[in-house]
Design a binder for this molecule. Structure first.
Ligand SMILES: C[S@@+](CC[C@H](N)C(=O)[O-])C[C@H]1O[C@@H](n2cnc3c(N)ncnc32)[C@H](O)[C@@H]1O
Length: 254
């Protein structure tokens, strides 16, 4: 899903990677926290051909996938991986010019501690770029099923809160409290009109089906059945649209 998200929202990713590239000196050292499958790591490596990158994640399966993709892209010599639980003791990660955290800060048990640690590993003048999201994209706006999709989103948001995830945080304020200068803050409202390209319809199918699986005990049987049918028909549904929100904050270590 992470790889699919990057392919479908490619214009957004291009713009953000270019923004990140403008923040760093020549041949920067970059650390990607909660790198997942390496969407950010690999895009940054391609955009900055002399950058050295370290991807950190707690999930070895994610890092294995990332290493394979880096090798396939001929980037293995500049892309390194470190398995670490960022909620625990951090391994020595060295000094960075840019720390990148995309959709990972909300997972941290104690985000303020992580912010302080990032501050410590950045060289003076280095930047911390945080990307966060408000949930999965919406695909059923302006359709008879908008209300169903909103009910699903509301339940998923409630589950994230119950699970202790730090969604909807003011990361700008948290960056400032941790000693960063807030250099940038921007909301991206991403919309793709109907008819969506096949990749985006596939993303809709996966997203709606995943919502159905997670919400089996939290929505009515009729809503669960309707989600299943919308997921199954998504690849051939010309009326689907995509709406997603991404928020970015950039903190500088003075
Ligand atoms: C939603 S994914 C985002 C992945 C990637 N940054 C992206 O934008 O596609 C969140 C990632 O954070 C990782 N993660 C969550 N908690 C973590 C922790 N305590 N330490 C290290 N990584 C963690 C997960 O394993 C997952 O790969």
């Amino acid at each position: 899903m992470l790889d699919l998200d990057a392919e479908v929202l490619s214009d957004f990713y291009r713009e953000v990677i270019a923004w990140a590239g403008a923040l760093v000196p020549a041949s920067p050292r970059i650390i990607d926290l909660g790198a997942g499958t390496g969407v950010g790591t690999l895009a940054l490596a391609r955009h900055l051909p002399t950058a050295d990158l370290t991807a950190v994640d707690v999930d070895e399966a994610m890092l294995t996938h990332l290493r394979e993709r880096a090798a396939d892209a001929g980037l293995a010599d500049r892309v390194h991986t470190v398995r670490a639980d960022l909620d625990g003791e951090w391994p020595a990660l060295g000094t960075a010019d840019l720390v990148w955290a995309s959709a990972s800060m909300h997972h941290m048990t104690d985000p303020d501690r992580v912010l302080r640690q990032v501050h410590d590993i950045l060289r003076p003048g280095g930047a911390f770029m945080i990307t966060e999201l408000d949930g999965f994209p919406r695909f059923l706006a302006d359709s008879p099923d908008t209300a169903l999709e909103e009910r699903a989103h509301a339940e998923l948001a409630a589950m994230r809160l119950e699970g202790g995830l730090h969604m909807g945080e003011d990361w700008g304020a948290r960056l400032k409290s941790a000693g960063f200068t807030l250099e940038g803050e921007r909301r991206f409202e991403i919309s793709l009109p109907a008819p969506l390209p096949p990749k985006a319809r596939h993303y809709a199918q996966v997203t709606l089906d995943r919502a159905r699986q997670r919400l089996i005990d939290r929505l009515t049987p009729a809503d669960v059945t309707a989600l299943a049918s919308l997921a199954a028909s998504a690849p051939a549904n010309p009326a689907l649209t995509l709406h997603a929100t991404r928020d970015i904050w950039i903190g500088r270590r003075p």
